[in-house]
Structure formats: structure tokens, C-alpha cells
Design a protein around this ligand. Structure first.
Ligand code: SAH
Length: 247
């Protein structure tokens, strides 16, 4: 009697163990869905396999890329793909940029802790969080209100108190907070918006994609007498929209 019950219990435990480990195994393997909710190992792999090979060298930028949890900035349905070096949809027809491009653009800004930085195109808030790791004050402008609000929530949940988000047209910059030591535009205008050049401090850097479908990444530096311009790589960003629909 006792032995039979014992065998039955053993058998049930065996089935439970087999089924349990099989279902835990799903989503593992090549997708390597991490048990660590912070997903540090996946981020480190992204940095080592994609961002450093892309040519990014600045230790502070690399540390920020290792730290900021990108999976928290993408919609839950894309969270699994957050550590692939690829852009991802964030709703409203917009995308979060490819991590290696985020790192490359950030590095070009040659930031120091005391810099005041403006971002145009908050989107998910991910680029703003990377900036917030590197400088004391970040200002970010987003045209689509629900994206701005969601980004604010994510940034607050993660404890980024040094980012201010505002809903508005990024073509105008943020005149009340100017001048900025650095400005990064993460949507593409067809020409450089003059207010952004005007809102740079002397010595300040502006990085932005210019063009229609395929864009040229450009870096401007304000000097005592004008601006220096450097053409960088070709990139593909969503357009910087004119709220009225005009050019
Ligand atoms: N930096 C973002 C990704 C930006 S996607 C991130 O890290 O997630 C480009 C963003 O620019 C989109 O959210 C889009 O709504 C916004 N955008 C487009 N035109 C704009 C404008 N005129 N002013 C401000 N934001 C604009």
C-alpha cells in the first residue's frame, strides 16, 4: 500500500519536473531570454559584440550603454528584441534608434558632466536616459504628446530626475533654456533649423541627420565667428515633422 503510494507520488513528481523544465526551456536557447530581470548580461553582450566593434571608444558612453535598460523603453511586445542592435517600433509610426547609432551620435557630442543638453525627438526616452547618465541637465522636446508622457513615466520610474520633457515642435528648440552645450536631433529635417544653431553656446555641438529618405549625419560646432560643419555617415531616421504639415 505505502510503497504503491510512494511510487505514484514519485511518478507524479517526475511528470511535474519533466513538464516544468520543458516549459521553462521555451524561450531559452538561441533567444536567450534572461532570468535576470535587469538583463545585464544581454546588454554587456550588445556592447561587446555591436557597440565597441562599431567603433565607439568613449568609456563614459560605453558605461551608459551598459547601464540603461533599453527593454524598459520599448513596448512589452518588443522587449525580447531590446538587445539586438536594431531600431524597434515604439508606436505612432515612430522608432527607437539602433543602439550602436545612439552610442555613435552621443560620442560625437563629446559631453562633459556640466554640459546642458537638448534633445529633439524624445520618442521612448531612451536616448534621453543615455544623455542623463553623462550630463547633469537634459531637456527633450517631443511632438506627440502620448509618447512624451510615456517617456516621462519611464524616465521617472528609472529615477532619471535630470531630464525635462516638453511637448512641442522641435524645429523651435527650447529658447527659454538656451544656450545649450550640445543638441542632438533624432528625427530628420530637410535643412538645419536655424533656431537650433542659434541656441548653441559658443563651443557647442549640434548633431543631426539632414535629408529626406537617406540622410547625412552632420556635426556642427559653434565658434566665436560662426559654425564649423562636418559630414559624417549616412543614416535613416523618421522625418522631423512640421506640425502644420508645411516644409
Ligand atoms: N530619441 C528617441 C527616438 C526618436 S524617434 C528614442 O530614444 O526613443 C523620433 C521622434 O521625433 C519621434 O518620437 C517623433 O514623434 C519625434 N518628432 C518628429 N517630429 C518632431 C518635431 N517637429 N518636434 C519634436 N519631435 C518630433
Amino acid at each position: 500500500m505505502g510503497a504503491q503510494l510512494g511510487r505514484r507520488v514519485f511518478f507524479c513528481l517526475l511528470i511535474w519536473w519533466v513538464l516544468g523544465s520543458a516549459s521553462c526551456g521555451r524561450g531559452g536557447g538561441t533567444e536567450s531570454f534572461s532570468m535576470d530581470p535587469n538583463r545585464q548580461a544581454e546588454r554587456d553582450r550588445l556592447v561587446d559584440d555591436a557597440i565597441i566593434p562599431h567603433g565607439v571608444r568613449d568609456p563614459a558612453v560605453i558605461a551608459a550603454m551598459r547601464k540603461v535598460p533599453r527593454h524598459r523603453f520599448v513596448p512589452p511586445s518588443y522587449a525580447r528584441s531590446a538587445y539586438i542592435d536594431s531600431p524597434l517600433p515604439i508606436g505612432y509610426g515612430q522608432t527607437i534608434s539602433q543602439p550602436s547609432l545612439v552610442a555613435e551620435m552621443t560620442e560625437h557630442l563629446t559631453l562633459k558632466r556640466t554640459d546642458k543638453v537638448l534633445e529633439i525627438g524624445t520618442g521612448s526616452g531612451y536616448q534621453a536616459a543615455i544623455l542623463a547618465e553623462l550630463v547633469d541637465r537634459v531637456f527633450s522636446v517631443e511632438l506627440i504628446e502620448p509618447l512624451a508622457r510615456q517617456a516621462e513615466r519611464t524616465l521617472a520610474e528609472l529615477g532619471y530626475m535630470n531630464v525635462k520633457v516638453r511637448v512641442g515642435d522641435g524645429h523651435e528648440g527650447w529658447p527659454e533654456e538656451a544656450p545649450f552645450d550640445a543638441i542632438i536631433v533624432t528625427a530628420a529635417p530637410e535643412q538645419v533649423p536655424q533656431p537650433l544653431l542659434d541656441q548653441l553656446a559658443v563651443g557647442g555641438r549640434l548633431i543631426l541627420p539632414i535629408g529626406k529618405d537617406l540622410q547625412q549625419l552632420e556635426l556642427y560646432r559653434r565658434t566665436e565667428s560662426g559654425y564649423e560643419r562636418k559630414a559624417l555617415t549616412l543614416v535613416r531616421f523618421v522625418p522631423l515633422v512640421r506640425p502644420g504639415g508645411g516644409k
